[in-house]
Design a protein around this ligand. Structure first.
Ligand code: AMP
Length: 406
């Protein structure tokens, strides 16, 4: 099978790597650290299957355009992608579907928004309605910060049009879980759960990022957790989408918080998580290309199988991330990092110098993944590999998966 992966970051590097076990893979536009990258746009490529990585092209209707050309596509059309394109739409749809989630309201004016905010207990949650690269959400215990953030978002100061409507939610407290549900329009099956780390600093401090670390499996989850997620979160959502005439073929990334009242939905994303999907996909033993092609055809095949091992991923970021970042530095130690037993390194934000050397070119530069028989071994391998990687201002969290592996 020939597969085209659309996108250019760590998620697409991971997808290409795992799809490449059984398929011939081309990545567009990819990056100089992803084998098989090409500058040719997806509409001009031939493939048996197209897999669209990021949310923006899905929201912009790339899956629809590729399907109109007669292609098999894994990824929802623009209609289904609104689940991620608008948080107000997401909350309205999942509430109609009866999915457990935080109480919310959407506003485009300051005063009613403030009144609702003040009626809620902390923590306070203020979200931009539109896409903001995972950075449009404030969660705070400081009422003055919540108010200032709300005013700035509504004034268009922080996120422009994406913030002209805000969603205010009841704050939830508890560990977060990501479940990737592969959907064929009617049915869904889940991959192994993962957890990702969103805050930039150790001990979950500092601003939210697009994701700075991840691990899988989650030994602390109860038996039957993923099936419960399919039954109570994903299937009702797919059914509600169908009622609205939306044939959803792609991944429903179910972001959950395990609260004292049980799991609740934080969000659905319409694509694989970055970097949490990398740890899950590396653990797959079944054929990913067949799985995604079956979903794209509207006929899911057998449930996926995973290795009985563990994977821990640590992002190496450029100085400044998640704010404006320093780029253009040569990356040292990649070969030595890759030589560590059980380690895979994905290039997320890199460019190539004329002589072929890799340079930093984004906030999240590399994903370093350790795999091993248990989380402690996987984690030790990832951090050993990290010791080899160097460029000015490079940084990473030192506590990814530390609590679960000690
Ligand atoms: P989202 O973009 O909606 O996934 O939100 C990004 C992150 O903000 C989530 O992964 C959570 O860590 C946090 N978050 C979002 N909504 C809530 C909520 N209602 N209560 C507590 N934390 C939240």
């Amino acid at each position: 099978m020939r597969v085209v992966v659309v996108g250019s970051g760590g998620r697409e590097a991971g997808l290409a790597h795992v799809l490449g076990r059984t398929a011939e893979v081309v990545v567009t536009p990819g990056n100089p650290g992803i084998p098989g990258s090409t500058a040719t746009p997806p509409e001009e490529l031939d493939a048996d299957l197209f897999v669209i990585g990021p949310e923006q092209p899905l929201v912009d209707g790339l899956a629809d355009r590729l399907r109109e050309q007669g292609n098999l596509v894994f990824g929802p059309g623009a209609d289904g992608a609104q689940l991620e394109g608008s948080k107000a739409y997401l909350k309205e749809l999942v509430t109609a579907a009866g999915v457990p989630t935080a109480r919310y309201a959407a506003f485009d004016e300051v005063e009613p928004a403030l009144a609702f905010l003040r009626s809620l207990p902390p923590p306070w949650v203020v979200k931009t309605d539109g896409l903001a690269g995972g950075k449009g959400v404030l969660v705070t215990y400081d009422p003055a910060e919540a108010e200032a953030d709300l005013r700035a978002k509504l004034a268009g100061a922080t996120f422009g049009g994406a913030g002209s409507t805000v969603v205010i939610e009841e704050g939830m407290v508890g560990p977060e879980v990501s479940v990737f549900a592969i959907c064929d329009g009617t049915r869904a099956i889940a991959l192994a759960p993962a957890q990702d780390f969103k805050r930039v600093g150790d001990g979950d401090t500092g601003p939210n990022t697009g994701g700075i670390g991840a691990y899988s499996p989650l030994p602390w989850l109860p038996d039957g957790f993923t099936q419960d997620v399919i039954d109570r979160f994903v299937q009702p959502t797919l059914d509600e989408l169908r009622r609205r005439g939306i044939d959803y073929r792609g991944v429903l990334y179910t972001g959950l918080m395990v609260t004292d009242d049980g799991p609740k939905l934080v969000e659905f994303n319409v694509r694989f998580g970055d970097p949490d999907s990398q740890v899950v996909l590396l653990r797959l033993t079944s054929d990913l290309a067949e799985l995604l092609a079956g979903a794209a055809r509207g006929a899911l095949g057998d449930p996926p199988t995973h290795r009985d091992d563990a994977a821990v991923l640590v992002v190496v970021a450029a100085e400044g991330y998640p704010r404006s970042v320093r780029t253009g530095d040569p990356i040292e130690g990649l070969a030595a990092a890759r030589a560590v037993e059980g380690v895979t390194v994905f290039c997320a934000g890199v460019a190539a110098r004329e002589d072929g050397a890799l340079l930093t070119a984004g906030g999240r530069v590399l994903d370093v993944v350790g795999q091993g028989p248990d989380l402690a071994t996987a984690r030790a391998r990832a951090y050993t590999a990290l010791g080899h990687l160097r460029w000015p201002g490079a940084f990473h969290r030192s506590d990814i998966a530390s609590e679960v592996s000690s």
